[in-house]
Design a binder for this molecule. Structure first.
Ligand code: ZN
Ligand code: ZN
Ligand code: ZN
Ligand code: ZN
Ligand code: ZN
Ligand code: ZN
Length: 460
């Protein structure tokens, strides 16, 4: 036990150093925001003349909240994907989790890091991380968990305790380092006594116990198993926790990081990388959808903020709209929007898809965002100052729209409010709509494939 504590002490020292030098994986700000809020901010310039539009970033409060969002994102628990609560850091891989999440993992039979599956010794509370979280919560109190959530977590894990990972089996005195990379490791269901209530009929032999029968990686996937599309551990194809994305045909284990290691019913999925509006602000894909017309993206972001919409809400609108089309997802599948997994053996591309993974949901989100925006604009909620701008004669393909003054002066988006549509809500597609959409289809085609013009969503 003394040994354990001294280990933890030196570990704490390590993490402190890491925090100070900003080299800690937990603190590296991995995403670069496309257009920043500092100097030269196009939004600010726009705001000067468009006082009516609420802007996220102009005041100090705005950039502060963006900073808070970015830090919170870096301090996500690898298990529950929420802001860390009473964080612990796993040794030696330095992945971070809520104390309660990590303890539950160990209680459920976890013998390694829940994120990278590297063999782990201990998970120790991280004081430096806790300090950062405290500062964050003082500045962004809304990011704190509810009292009830905190109570539940506290019941599981008492802060300050060091957790020790049980060794996988009390055998193999000197584990061969190569074993883990050369041989397939058993899946969570392989052990007949696993906690998941289902066992593999043909388990993968554990190379640390039975090297002679171990499954060499070069021999392909072990019978009845493939790798999870998210955490990459082996999963049993027939296990009840296994799900498959009907778009990319990838399988997910449902166990590693449950919310991420799964395909879900199409309209319930969360598009990967788009949790809240700050993710939209930071995504270069979003700006690309609009031919890098920053002003138009700003108008849309202001609208999304005012209407209190989340990316998930928009994603659902897009899915709903696609489902209303006669061929539904088929055109998207035909334009190869989804990268089909090489694992896909019996791919029946004509079958109606029901489940989707986070990555494919993200593809749909990005693909449909501009058309969604055009439909929203037609609802007529936008400021007159925005709607009354002259249409640029070059239209949506105008190369000048990357310039703020030009983009601010001229409209580059098709889709004025159509009187009949506001009332009838797309029940009968007016003639203009069809023309508009064809144009949008061509824009889409530039980005993806030439078949897009036929497959662009048509209001109707
Ligand atoms: Zn957690
Ligand atoms: Zn790890
Ligand atoms: Zn198995
Ligand atoms: Zn997984
Ligand atoms: Zn998928
Ligand atoms: Zn123009």
């Amino acid at each position: 036990m003394a040994e354990l504590e001294s280990k933890a002490d030196s570990h704490l020292q390590e993490t402190q150093d890491a925090t100070l030098t900003r080299n800690s994986p937990a603190l590296s700000l991995k995403r670069s925001a496309s257009p920043t809020c500092e100097d030269q901010d196009p939004r600010k310039r726009f705001k000067d003349s468009e006082e009516s539009m609420d802007n996220q970033c102009t005041e100090q409060g705005g950039s502060k909240s963006q900073l808070a969002d970015e830090i919170a994102q870096e301090l996500e628990c690898g298990c529950c994907s929420e802001l860390l609560y009473k964080p612990v850091m796993v040794s030696p891989c330095q992945h971070i989790f809520c104390g309660s999440c990590c303890l539950l993992w160990i209680r459920n039979g976890g013998t390694n890091c829940p994120a990278c599956r590297a063999s782990s010794t201990t998970a120790a509370p991280s004081r430096p991380l806790q300090l950062v979280i405290d500062v964050l919560l003082r500045n962004a109190p809304h990011k704190a968990r509810s009292v009830r959530e905190r109570e539940q977590a506290d019941e599981i894990y008492k802060s300050g305790t060091i957790m020790r990972f049980p060794s996988p089996r009390e055998v193999s005195p000197e584990p061969n380092v190569n074993i883990s990379t050369e041989y397939a490791r058993p899946c969570p269901h392989c052990s007949p006594n696993n906690v998941y209530g289902w066992s593999c009929p043909i388990p993968i032999p554990d190379p640390t116990v039975d090297l002679e029968h171990a499954w060499h990686i070069d021999d392909g996937f072990p019978t009845g198993h493939v790798q999870c599309g998210n955490c990459e551990t082996f999963l049993a194809l027939r296990a009840p926790s296994t799900t498959k994305c009907d778009f990319c045909k990838t399988y997910f284990c449902g166990i590693g990081v449950p919310s991420r290691c799964s395909a879900a019913p199409i309209s319930l999925q969360q598009p990967h990388g788009f949790t809240d509006i700050s993710d939209l602000i930071q995504s270069s894909d979003v700006y690309e959808c609009f031919n890098s017309n920053t002003i138009e993206v700003e108008i849309m972001l202001d609208y999304i903020t005012t209407q209190g919409l989340s990316p998930r809400h928009i994603y659902r609108d897009i899915v709903k709209h696609i489902l209303e089309q006669p061929r539904q997802f088929q055109p998207l599948i035909e334009m190869d929007l989804f990268t089909i997994s090489h694992v896909a053996a019996e791919s029946d591309s004509s079958a109606t898809p029901h489940t989707i993974c986070r990555s494919c949901a993200c593809e749909i989100f990005i693909w449909g965002l501009k058309d969604w925006w055009i439909r929203e604009r037609r609802k007529g909620f936008l400021e007159e100052s925005v709607m009354n701008r002259k249409d640029c004669p070059e239209g949506s393909g105008c190369v000048m729209q990357t310039e703020f003054d030009h983009a601010r002066e001229f409209n580059h988006i098709e889709g004025k409010p159509v009187e009949s549509e506001i009332s009838s809500a797309c029940s009968t597609p007016p003639k203009e709509t069809t023309e508009t959409i064809t144009e949008v289809g061509i824009t889409e085609g530039d980005r993806t494939s030439s078949t897009a013009s036929e497959s662009a969503p048509v209001c109707g």
